[in-house]
Design a binder for this molecule. Structure first.
Ligand code: GAR
Length: 211
């Protein structure tokens, strides 16, 4: 059972999608053991309470610098034996303190086809740019802003009638389908990072049936 921490700053709909997915697994080989949240008002906290996931609320302004902030988080992750981190709307850059410990075992979800529209309000950026296609990206986290080796992408059509709300809804629907599967595959080592390249493990049952 791989112990996972989900980091969130917002409504937590992707956290909840991961919970639902994990709940339905025939072989429950992952466990969402902790929600790390940096915003006391975040909807993710109430959702975690409903799902009975322990919540670790930690506010950046209570620490002198980013290093102290992340050391505090790291201590809790170690106490809870967290092996894998899924960022789900966590609106902070991950610094060296967490990255040194979890590089290759920390992934992020972003509402655009990276490297286009990184950073804040990717949906608004897509609408302003007038693109006809945007989408969703899942990637391993590195020190950059929404950079790092890409694991999966899925396109979303921008219709002429779309506004911020309708496009966000379409993107969320894709995220809720895609992200839990990728979290599961990465956490259990079916997808992994090897010298900066994203690799996919061939399942032995599949291989033997082909031989
Ligand atoms: C998601 O759309 C996610 O892609 C985005 O925040 C939203 C969180 O929604 N993440 C980023 O923009 C990261 N740069 P949620 O709180 O409902 O899961």
């Amino acid at each position: 059972m791989v112990r996972i921490a989900v980091f969130a700053s917002g409504t937590g709909s992707n956290y909840e999608a991961i919970m639902k997915y994990a709940d339905q697994l025939a072989v429950p080989d992952i466990q969402i053991s902790l929600l790390v949240c940096d915003q006391p008002q975040a909807g993710a906290i109430a959702k975690a309470q409903q799902w009975q996931t322990p919540v670790f609320l930690v506010q950046r302004r209570q620490f002198a610098d980013k290093k102290a902030f992340e050391q505090h988080i790291l201590l809790r992750l170690k106490e809870d034996k967290i092996e894998f981190i899924a960022l789900a709307g966590y609106m902070r850059l991950i610094g060296p303190t967490l990255l040194n410990e979890y590089y290759g075992r920390i992934i992020n979800l972003h509402p655009s086809l990276l490297p286009t529209f990184p950073g804040l309000d990717a949906v608004g950026q897509a609408l302003s740019a007038g693109v006809k296609v945007t989408g969703v990206t899942v990637h391993f986290v590195d020190a950059g802003m929404d950079t790092g080796p890409i694991i999966a992408q899925q396109a979303v059509t921008v219709d002429d009638c779309d506004d911020h709300e309708s496009l966000s809804r379409k993107i969320h629907a894709v995220e809720h389908d895609l992200y839990p599967r990728i979290v599961h595959q990465c956490a259990t080592g079916q997808i992994y990072l090897d010298q900066g390249r994203v690799c996919y493990r061939v399942l032995s049952s599949l291989r033997s049936s082909e031989e």
